[in-house]
Design a protein around this ligand. Sequence first.
Ligand SMILES: Cc1ncc(COP(=O)(O)O)c(C=O)c1O
Length: 413
Amino acid sequence: MLKKTELSLEEMGRRAHIIPGQEPELKVSVRRIPVSELDVERGIVPVCEPMLMGNEAKYVLDCLQTNWISSAGKYIPLFEEKFSRCCHTSYGVACTSGTTALHLAMAALGVGPEDEVIVPTFTMIATANAVTYTGAKPVLVDSEMETWNMDPALVETRITPRTKAIMPIHTYGHPADMDALQDIAQRHGLYLVEDAAEAHGAEYKGRRAGSLSDVACFSFYANKIITTGEGGMLTTNNPEIAAITRNLRDHAFSTERHFWHKYVGFNYRMTNVQAAIGLAQTEHFDDFVALRRNHALLYNSLLRDVPGLRLPPEKPWAKNVFWMYGILVEDEFGISRDELRRKLAAKGIETRTFFIPIHLQPIYFSQHGEESYPVAEELCRRGMYLPSASSLKEEDIHFVVECVRECAAARWV
Ligand SMILES: Cc1ncc(COP(=O)(O)O)c(C=O)c1O
């Protein structure tokens, strides 16, 4: 049977305090509606939820009525074409998740047991796991405090003769410094892969996430800016990468004869039903991005003067799409990040802590636990995101901010 990797907090030593504890209990909130002066139960303000506002039901019904519910059907190529156009790329290859998109990218580039792939330690587990699936080793790099993204200045120090690729993520929707990474990749003959799972519509110097590397990988999980429930897509301008990933996602069936396989492929095929939802969502691509950005700008304007809160970054060369509205709770705020989360949860406001870095994960600790990544650890210790769904109402944002400000003010009374 599969064995769990156990890691107690004691074994983590001085880093133990970084790891967040139990999730706070979320209470249903009662809020006063200003016009009616009535207290009404408003439920919770979720950290995120999907927003289905267009042709989703119509296209899904079409799949059901025409019997095209599997991984063939018209919505798959239509979705691939529309989404890849939104990313300013020539090809899109839909698959079952962001994770399987990353695995397909690694497999298509020939990453294998002798190789290393450089990834940020401050990321969601799938970035590193996609490398591990191939037998290769994820090599970790710390982030910049200014953007929360992989620090290009540190990447070069981690290159070895085994390095095959560099795979940054665009953290919470802010693009990584892709020119600097591209320059390193070119000088060392490495592939550059974007883990763009969180960055639909983000821009780097006017160029869209998804078009900034050899191949990019998106997630369409239900909390993403564009969703298919579960799903993913690779985008690329490289016809060879498009063809290989398309083939690998479908068991690598050969074109010469059926049931003939020259690669070890996978079944990572997206269904027509998922693609139908994805197409309907992508018809509102710009609207979804604008909603996320507008919410973030409203949060920024209302939280800017709160002492001890560091608001999410946006470099002059970047368009951050604020997939999640992340903040850092510094000592000056007066209560800890976890205490703030507890107080918000008691008012029905759901939040999340930032990622726990890869080097502190039980499954990677034995290889990387002794390495030092101070920025990632600081982000893990202080970071949280506030409700960020596209469907948030302005009044929800005002309510969240009011509660955050109350917590800050409590320190001064
Ligand atoms: C940076 C990053 N990479 C990969 C993934 C994996 O995507 P999925 O959940 O669709 O497999 C996620 C999911 O949120 C993510 O945030």
